[in-house]
Design a protein around this ligand. Structure first.
Ligand code: UD1
Length: 432
């Protein structure tokens, strides 16, 4: 059992200086699964040091991969000795992206048997589009007890697939499954997120032939074998956006470095609408909040629309913006749960299904709040940075899933924030 830790924030200090952004969580999780498709060694750099990556690397190790950490952000992986396409729930339960093992194992072995994953809970998260894609490629898919999916094909065969819903996960999973299939796969209504493009670039560096990633039609010419490669993960759009929102919420001015400004445009545009100055450089963005924040409306959409993974951070930011903002969650059914925690801090919010109306207040006050999931946790920190008094954030293991050293990075920008063990390992065992 692990010790119980919380994050404590004394709000009110404007963030200054600079913050360096790590590699993209959602890209690297797909790349790690992608290493299964080759029997050679892949060296992946710019890997974020976060718990979701640790979980995924452990899964690969358990399945027989040779995983060598070259340094904190660089890993070499060789899956030559994988001998099974089976992954039990014990391994998948902590990481939603473990469903990429389905596509990757199927792509390598022509069969896979994987327990359905855990991950952030923001409503029903079906995977019917993934399954439809696998079936179109020739997989016979069956569902077993305890949510285990089993699929088998003598020879996956390229085909045309039209996604009914723009799904990041289905796009990535189908790419993984189709890359070594016979013939050509045309995937229409594909997701265009930066991490979809990153996976295609990684697989192409391994000898795949994938064209059109980043548009809504992706063409995959199946190849017989993939080889190893050296690859660096793209910067994390959502981590960068989170710090941009944090700087704005604190009334600060700071440089966000190691980013691709093009990926940030949907987020920068909303900050500018809120009266924040945003200046782009080649690989960094300066954010300056010199005036009171103004209201704005947000509707989350697939890329290049405003990302659902930035909705909670903006929810927190807008609690103190002048006027009334409307947030419309266009992707998930139940992603406003965190609002009740902001209300504990003095926010004025009403939620009706997929719409939240936020009436800006003069100030928030510190409170004990919970991180319901990864991005909701980031929202609590942002609210805490701009609140008066002390905020105590619980359930921070969610935050560790996707933010590398968020406390250290914010403290280096002047925030009064710390992480504290509130119950030791031994005390936790006594409670249990
Ligand atoms: C990925 C991201 C997550 C992000 C989300 C949307 C990873 C590991 N996770 O999640 O951080 O919030 O994209 O940008 O990269 N849907 C179906 N059937 C399917 C698949 C999806 O109905 O087979 C629906 C979902 O319920 C949701 C929408 O499609 O309403 C989009 O989901 P999707 O893009 O697949 O999200 P994830 O891949 O789960």
């Amino acid at each position: 059992m692990k010790s119980l830790e919380k994050i404590f924030i004394n709000g009110g200090t404007p963030l200054r200086g600079q913050v360096e952004i790590a590699g993209a969580k959602n890209a690297v999780l797909a790349l790690l699964a992608g290493t299964i498709l080759t029997r050679d060694c892949c060296r992946i750099d710019n890997i974020p040091f976060i718990s979701d990556v640790t979980v995924m690397l452990n899964i690969l190790r358990e399945l027989g991969a040779d995983v060598r950490r070259i340094n904190k952000h660089c890993v070499e992986i060789n899956t030559r000795h994988f001998n099974s396409g089976e992954v039990p729930y014990e391994l998948t339960k902590h990481c939603r992206a473990s469903y990429y093992l389905l596509g990757a194992l199927f792509g390598r072995f022509g069969h896979a048997r994987v327990a359905m994953p855990g991950g952030c809970d923001f409503g029903v998260r079906p995977i019917d589009q993934h399954i439809r894609g696998f079936e179109a490629l020739g997989a016979a898919v069956s569902f077993e007890q305890n949510a285990i999916i089993s699929m088998q094909s003598n020879q996956p065969q390229g085909t045309s697939i039209y996604l009914d819903i723009v799904s990041v996960g289905a796009t990535i999973n189908i790419m993984l499954a189709a890359v070594r299939a016979r013939g050509v796969t045309v995937l229409e209504n594909a997701a265009k997120e930066p991490h979809v493009v990153d996976l295609a670039n990684f697989l192409n560096s391994c000898g795949a032939d994938i064209r059109g990633a980043g548009t809504d039609v992706i063409k995959i010419h199946g190849v017989k074998e993939l080889h190893g490669c050296e690859y660096a993960t793209i910067p994390d759009q959502i981590e960068a956006g989170t710090y941009m929102a944090a700087i704005a919420a604190s009334g600060g001015q700071a440089l966000v470095t190691q980013v691709i400004p093009k990926h940030m445009e949907c987020i920068s545009a909303k900050l500018i609408e809120c009266g924040v100055q945003v200046k782009e450089f080649d690989d960094s963005i300066l954010v300056a909040a010199n005036e009171p924040l103004r209201r704005c409306n947000i509707k989350t959409m697939p890329h290049p629309g405003f990302p659902t993974d930035m909705q909670p951070q903006f929810g927190a930011l807008l609690t103190r913006a002048e006027g009334t903002s409307v947030l419309n969650e266009g992707i998930f059914d139940n992603r406003f749960r965190y609002m009740d925690q902001l209300v504990r801090m003095g926010a004025k919010v009403t939620v009706d299904g997929k719409i939240a109306v936020v009436e800006g207040v003069q100030e928030l006050h510190g409170a004990q709040v919970k991180a319901y999931d990864l991005r909701a946790g980031a929202a609590m920190i942002i609210a805490g940075l701009s609140a008066h008094g002390e905020t105590e954030v619980e359930n921070i293991e969610f935050i560790d899933r996707g933010y590398e050293d968020i406390v250290g990075k914010l403290a280096a920008m002047g925030a009064d924030i710390r992480r504290k063990i509130v119950k030791t390992d031994a005390e936790m065992r006594n409670v249990a």
